[in-house]
Design a protein around this ligand. Structure first.
Ligand code: PXP
Length: 251
């Protein structure tokens, strides 16, 4: 076991709701502080090129006012690098970004994108951020991430979360295998995308994964039971999965 399983709460979609009316409410910083007190170990925010949810001002306020670490998700562009170098977030997760996509649809192609990505990885690392690459659970991508020199990968769990019952085991196995390979190669392993109360447990039981980043479902669920309650519930599920794993190992 690599350590306790951390929860990063992604607050992008609080900003989505705020931006729907162009005002200040609901404030993602307020949500981030509430997430902190409900048990989040970190806050994740994606500053997109089109600023559809999180704004530059949000990143400044999150950087200045959060007690827990900020994980900035960013596309590998010069504009985003400048912003990251100015704010020096605790962690920077490089993600692929397409203007027309509704959400981050798949992982980075680190194999093909190696020459483009490498200078961003290096510059962010030199600035002191813990750099990760958001990749699909694919052997070649994990190996390329190790070669490029990142300390961390984040595995895209979207295909698993969206899969039909008959393909679920296969999709989960892909994550298990990618996490095991990351571990072997000395990479810290995170995971996220599409996780819910129903899908979090099997992923939380993968011992080499040390952080889950969860957003859309928690913010959506907050409509029905409140943000504090949705975060506490996912925290309980993560902790239960981890202690079952510990129990199975010591039995
Ligand atoms: N991790 C990364 C790298 C992401 O891009 C996202 C979505 O912004 C998430 C985790 C969280 O995904 P979701 O909002 O589906 O929980």
């Amino acid at each position: 076991m690599r350590g306790p399983l951390r929860l990063g709460v992604n607050i992008d979609h609080v900003a989505t709701i705020r931006n729907a009316r162009g005002g200040l409410h609901p404030d993602p910083l307020r949500a981030a502080k509430l997430a902190e007190s409900a048990g989040a170990d970190g806050i994740t925010a994606h500053l997109r090129e089109d600023r559809r949810h999180i704004s530059d001002d949000d990143i400044m306020r999150l950087t200045n006012e959060l007690a827990v670490p900020l994980n900035l998700e960013m596309a590998p562009t010069d504009e985003m690098l400048d912003i990251a170098l100015r704010h020096k977030p605790h962690a920077a997760c490089i993600v692929p970004e397409k203007r027309k996509e509704v959400t981050t649809e798949g992982g980075l192609d680190v194999v093909a994108g190696y020459p483009h990505l490498e200078p961003y990885v290096r510059a962010l690392g030199e600035a002191g951020s813990l750099v990760s690459l958001f990749i699909d659970p694919d052997r070649e991508q994990v190996c390329a991430a190790a070669q490029i020199g990142v300390p961390v990968i984040e595995i895209h769990t979207g295909a698993f979360c969206d899969s039909h019952q008959f393909e679920r085991e296969r999709e989960l196995q892909r994550i298990v295998d990618a996490a095991a390979l990351a571990d072997e190669l000395g990479l810290e392993c995170h995971a996220g995308h599409g996780l819910t109360f129903d899908t979090v447990t099997p992923v939380a039981k993968i011992s080499s994964i040390v952080e889950l980043n969860i957003g859309h479902f928690l913010i959506g669920e907050a409509i029905f039971g409140g943000l504090e309650s949705s975060i506490k519930r996912i925290r309980v599920l993560m902790d239960q999965a981890r202690s079952e794993l510990e129990g199975a190992r010591s039995a």
